[in-house]
Write a protein of this length. Sequence first.
Length: 332
Amino acid sequence: MTRIFSGIKPTGHLTLGNYLGAVRQWVEAEQKPDDALFCVVDLHALTIDHDPARVRRLSRQAATLLLAAGLSPDRCTLFVQSHVDEHTRLAYLLECTATDGELRRMVQYKEKAAQARGAGAGVRLSLLTYPVLMAADILAYGAEEVPVGEDQRQHVELTRDLAARFNQRYGHTFTVPRAVHPAVAARVMDLQDPASKMGKSFGEGPGVVFLLDEPEAVRRKVMRAVTDSGDGGVVYDRAGRPGVANLLDILAACTGGDPAALADGYGGYGALKRDVADAVVEALRPLRERHAELAADPAAVDRVLREGAARARALARPVVDRAYEAIGLLAP
Ligand code: TYM
């Protein structure tokens, strides 16, 4: 069995990008509780300007949505990062393995640091060390596969480098993981700005489909999606026609087709958008319905998270203890 680990940050409402790029893979991949671990990575949400009450609310909402999407506590371990101390314990050892140069080169750090500076806020030190904590999340469980969207590729590469370096210096301790991306929709773009990733931090962004959007809102956003100028018809060309390619990717991901083949069936953008809207509404319908049921019983969700944390702790503890010993710390 393959051990898999992945996480999601409670920094905003979950989006169609999170679902198609990551969560759907998780639902398909889950096997046994010890093999598949999924984590609401709340500590990562503290790396940018945050509202404490909102992070708390979004953490429970993210967990509820993951259950609504089909993760089952019988077949995977679902938990909250801050409930398992091993993540931060290990992160420190990995900070002693990483260099500041390699962290400053991370694309997401550069983007988010520029945003923070632009907003007149300081750049939190934790934003720089973010990928080290992410590496700890993964390595603490000996994960072999990390199912993520395309935007996390660089972070998983760094995780691989840190694991290999630690192993080489201190003896074999960590499994070197690999990122796994979906065949289509590994990078869902903003419907209003197809040059940018569809991201959950964009507030009420008109180009972002949120998983809990009402069907009418989904339709409105899709029908107003920016398509490309020129009159080349519906063709699949990610570089030259990114708006249309994004719609075709979303359609393919929701209906199981191939984006280039799907393009042949359309004479114009209107029909394509209508089909995309229908496909997204249908893909999200069961999730929205199940979410409404689960959200009515937050204590049940908290119970799942508590049990998940206990299981996660039991798996991470021996790995992190071994790393403490390997790096030269005296056993307590
Ligand atoms: P986060 O919270 O930004 O996103 C969660 C997952 O959704 C994917 N994703 C997308 N996929 C396709 N198109 C998009 N527009 C899109 N937007 C987001 C992300 O790639 C991700 O898989 N650093 C991580 C959280 C994390 C983590 C980890 C992930 C922390 N520790 C350990 C894996 C393993 C993040 O910010 O994801």
